[in-house]
Design a protein around this ligand. Structure first.
Ligand code: FEO
Ligand code: CA
Ligand code: CA
Ligand code: CA
Length: 652
């Protein structure tokens, strides 16, 4: 298909382009001057009365975040932190607190079945498309441990996201050269469900477990919720629903399923007619591609992110990813969702839950709110994008008893932050006249129904006047009901506002919100928890930048994982904060080029799992981790298993 032929179904998306133009100017108007007193938004780690509050009781299970039985909280941190001086000596290996120890688990290429080869980082003989189907993927990110029988501290299924692997890291070349190359990369992405067991003190894969599973870009999937049958999800090619990609952070449900979140899906779509090797420098890239206005709002471009799965220079690899092919013009609408996976049923199709909206989903911080409703807080990780909340229609238990998914029926909200430390959750619904009556320049409705609204959630949120944030990443709901949000950074912010106080904001901050109505209300209060730049002073050992992964443990501690350039010579790290005292201690420091992300734990919290993602950015001259240093072996993403030497709770 020539790139200048127009797609047959472009008209259905066309109105969004006009709305987008209007909304771009609206978004500019929303940028306000910072006229607020510094004092009223001082970002101190003030005590928040953790000990005096108790969480709303819930019977949803022993390990479900934010829904714990009332208890006395104790967020004290007793371990010796990794000092800056210790951490910067050698960046080819990780560093951990002297009170702790770590092991490496499931590096990229670990076989899940006997007979499958291990990929151990050989720079010459790389992994293959076939092998990668049954190997642990690359780009370890969000994950959750599902204990056997709901209680085991020594056996369970670890569901883990394989967010991405750059082409040179996976293939050892700049671009794929064949469909086989593309399949290798596609199979390295996605999700792994791996049964693991602690044997003689060490965690290992249960090889050949029937629960072991890989989900990748080509795995059959299903859709649920109001947009499941939308024409906007259908291609004239008639192809089935397949795959998940760029699985970033995660969530989990009180009914025992894993939620994997599709983030930068746009980067995997590109115009096969364009030379992808020169794509980043080609000013004409956007031309000649049947990209719609809505694609523009989701960042789909002719060049993608250099994966070139669609093809390059006139050679098509995977037509699903080729933006020049009008027969697949809605393929990209099938990505950007939250996907539910049942770790106990490896043959069940993953289900994309459309009621939770379509954007660049970072993760979902789940809890159980008033009336037993499932509530998920969600960030859309892009500069100037938004914070969201989903609330199930009624009690998750009653919905499931009726055979309904609590993730298919409910309300989706987007956040508006007021200057006075209050905020509103604005429902994203076709019933809202601002959305229902939105028209394009020809007077045609922008949205025809709730399905349209959900497929183009960002456009609807624009119309409602949501507050543009500094790249919302993870959210975690603490035991007191407070939500912590990571705003990782925003180098392009030119004007501060009440909540986004730094312009530009190169180091990020952590926001704290508290909902009305036990998580199901439409208002909230907010305050700054900490700005990362406040930790950089000379002699301040806390220094961190670019908060990304967050987990509030049941004692009230806040685990902070970073992704970005750290100061004072540090690599990315995992720190633990005591919100009552403002104390922050450094638990773990990764290797050069990596990102620390993902957090999972056994029910007793004596074992913590975190990930190092893209160690050395795949460059073996930087680090060979987890292999011993040899300057040759390709570094591999892996899970880090952390335990206290005295067997205590991790973080204490
Ligand atoms: Fe995949 Fe926003 O981190
Ligand atoms: Ca990541
Ligand atoms: Ca992230
Ligand atoms: Ca990040």
């Amino acid at each position: 298909m020539l790139h200048d032929e127009k797609p047959s179904n472009r008209s259905s998306n066309r109105p969004f382009q006009d709305v987008l133009k209007a909304n771009m100017s609206r978004r500019n108007l929303l940028k306000r001057s910072a006229v607020l007193s510094a004092a009223s938004f001082a970002s101190s780690l003030v005590g928040n009365g953790l000990n005096s509050r108790t969480a709303a009781a819930s019977s949803s299970g022993t390990s479900f975040a934010g829904s714990l039985i009332a208890q006395s909280l104790n967020p004290e941190i007793g371990f010796s932190p990794v000092t800056i001086a210790e951490a910067i000596v050698d960046s080819t290996v990780p560093h951990i607190s002297s009170d702790y120890q770590y092991d490496v688990l499931i590096p990229w290429g670990t076989p899940l079945e006997s007979g499958v080869p291990e990929y151990a980082g050989d720079p010459v003989n790389r992994t293959t498309a076939d092998a990668q189907l049954k190997q642990v993927g690359i780009g370890h990110d969000g994950m959750h441990f599902f204990p056997e029988n709901g209680t085991s501290n020594t056996k369970g299924v670890l569901c883990i996201n394989h967010e991405f692997g750059r082409t040179p890291h996976v293939l050892g070349k700049a671009l794929p050269e064949s469909v086989s190359d593309v399949r290798t990369m596609q199979h390295a992405h996605g999700v792994a469900c791996v049964e693991i067991e602690k044997v003689n003190g060490a965690w290992q894969v249960v090889l050949d477990s029937p629960k072991n599973r890989r989900v990748n870009f080509n795995t059959p999937v299903a859709f649920g919720g109001p947009a499941a049958n939308s024409p906007l999800l259908q291609n004239t090619a008639g192809n089935e629903f397949q795959g998940t990609v760029n699985n970033c952070a995660n969530g989990f449900t009180p009914w025992g399923t894993y939620l994997t979140c599709e983030e930068n899906f746009n980067g995997y779509f590109n115009n096969s007619q364009v030379d992808q090797a020169n794509a980043p420098d080609d000013p004409a890239l956007g031309e000649g591609s049947p990209l719609t206005g809505a694609d523009e709002r989701y960042g789909v471009t002719a060049e993608g992110f250099g994966y070139a799965w669609g093809g390059t220079s006139g050679t098509v690899f995977d037509p699903r990813c080729d933006t020049s092919n009008p027969a697949f013009v809605n393929e990209r609408n099938r990505f950007g969702w939250i996907v539910e996976i049942d770790p106990e049923n490896p043959t069940a199709k993953p289900v994309k839950r459309t009621a939770m909206g379509r954007f660049k989903h970072e993760g979902v911080g789940g809890t159980v709110g008033a009336g037993g409703r499932f509530v998920g807080y969600m960030g859309d990780d892009q500069r100037f994008d938004y914070c969201y909340k989903f609330v199930s229609q009624t009690s998750w238990r009653s919905m499931r008893a009726r055979g309904l998914s609590p993730l298919d029926y409910g309300k989706l909200y987007v956040a508006k932050f007021n200057d006075d430390n209050t905020g509103e959750w604005m429902e994203i619904t076709y019933r809202n006249p601002a959305i229902r009556d939105a028209v394009d320049e020809q007077g045609q409705p922008v949205f025809r129904n709730q399905a349209d609204v959900l497929v183009f959630t960002r456009v609807a949120a624009d119309i409602l006047g949501a507050t543009p944030m500094d790249r919302p990443e993870w959210v975690t709901v603490g035991p007191t009901g407070d939500c912590f949000w990571a705003m990782t950074n925003n180098s392009q912010r030119e004007t501060a506002d009440a909540v986004n106080l730094r312009a530009p904001n190169p180091d990020g901050y952590i926001l704290k919100t508290r909902d009305s109505g036990n998580h199901v209300g439409t208002t909230f209060t907010w305050e700054h928890f900490i700005f990362a730049d406040e930790t950089h002073a000379e002699g301040d050992e806390r220094t961190f930048s670019d908060p990304d992964g967050l987990w509030a443990d049941p004692d009230g501690r806040l685990f902070i994982e970073t992704d970005g350039g750290q100061q004072k010579g540090l690599q990315d790290q995992c720190l633990v904060a005591n919100p009552e005292t403002g104390e922050i201690r450094r638990l773990f420091v990764g290797v050069s080029g990596d990102e620390i992300t993902g957090i999972a734990y056994t029910p007793d919290r004596r074992t913590l799992f975190i990930n190092t993602q893209h160690p050395g950015n795949g460059d073996p001259t930087t680090t060979n981790f987890p292999a011993p240093t040899d300057g040759v072996t390709i570094p591999r993403d892996c899970t880090i298993v952390i335990t206290r030497k005295d067997g205590g709770i991790v973080g204490s």
